[in-house]
Design a binder for this molecule. Sequence first.
Ligand code: AMP
Length: 432
Amino acid sequence: MTNDRRMIKAIRGTRDLLPPDTALWNLIETTARDVFRAYNLQEIRTPIFEATELFARGVGEETDIVSKEMFTWEDRGRAASDKAQSLTLRPEATAGIVRAYIEHKLWDRGLNKLFCVGPMFRRERPQKGRYRQFYQIDAEVIGPASAGSDSPARDAEILEMLATLLDRVGLTEWNLELNSVGCPNDRARFNEALRKALGPVKDKMCVDCQRRAVTNPLRVFDCKVPEDQPIIDKLPRIGQFLDEPCRQHFEAVQDILKGVGIPFHINDRLVRGFDYYTRTAFEFTHGGLGAQNAILGGGRYDGLSEALGGPPAPGIGFAIGEDRLVLSLQEKQSAESVTRRPAAYVAPLGAGMNREAARLARELRRQDLVIELGDESFRLKKLFETATKAGAKYILIVGENEAKADSFALKNLATGEQISVPRAELANKIRA
Ligand code: AMP
């Protein structure tokens, strides 16, 4: 204990999610769970921290995330002889889920469609829509190729599911941007061509691009610096380098999407921030979000399982940025409108009435009504004030006379109308 009484605030880039906004968060998560169920996805919960190496290998050393955004620390065991281990707060969910897939041999149990909801951590510069602790709803479909997990049907199914989910939460003006980043062979040839094209111009680009041009030229397409854009616009595109199987795979995804009526457009600059992506890459954007306009991103990662020491297991997945989805929804729907306000305020009137009021509140709550409960020490005026402040629709007076008659005064706080209602009819009356 110290005598320091200064106020302590949440760390920059983290935030408290407060009511009524939390009702919107819940609406989104509940809807996601409902939609996922229809596609036979099941929930997985992986640890918030993992071995740093998992992300270095699973996301890629050269990515912004791994090279500069991870919260990493050395964890010493309790004994002096224990070796320190480097641990990291998860910056994304796919690596952890694929690790779990391998560790528990989930393919043996036929578990190949998984989702996960929870916080992720990246040391980014905080701004609207970008936080250091943010939340993702993540799903992965992974499995042996013999089970069809590399099929374009899976890609299209995931995209159709996402369109359904966004529509269901009420976010209808989304854009689906689609690309194929090919396979490692295509990318090697593409990288070669990019290096060549970047050679004479890279000195005119930002420092990040100068580094990327040497280490991982593909990442140049992540650049947001306005002055670099005219240069980037003239670079070759991955589409020109897709081999025949990759080209056919991409065509097939598009064909199914057209068949199920999901609109999309090809964005040949879309390469995504992670190294492990192959073939289909996608983003859903929403106009209202400004610079941080991506609500969710994802794609195929056919080599990831092997990179993490597992068997070949092609997969496709996505991460919805829940913070951004909430931001987009707030524009059209107030959190207030999805919040359940108390249906009634049970008001014990006079000494000894807490007991009867508690009984009544218990009965009503068990009939799925939202009930606030007052205290017998409150005078009538205070009972009405607290009921109004709580936003209750009715106040239910529980006084000695009412208890004796087993019939209670129910007053509509908006209209002022008051009636006496027998105990057995209370729940129905309040609900109506
Ligand atoms: P990523 O894992 O980078 O593919 O991101 C997937 C989605 O997560 C993005 O489309 C964003 O909606 C969201 N996201 C990523 N980083 C942040 C962040 N720092 N703050 C809030 N949302 C984020």
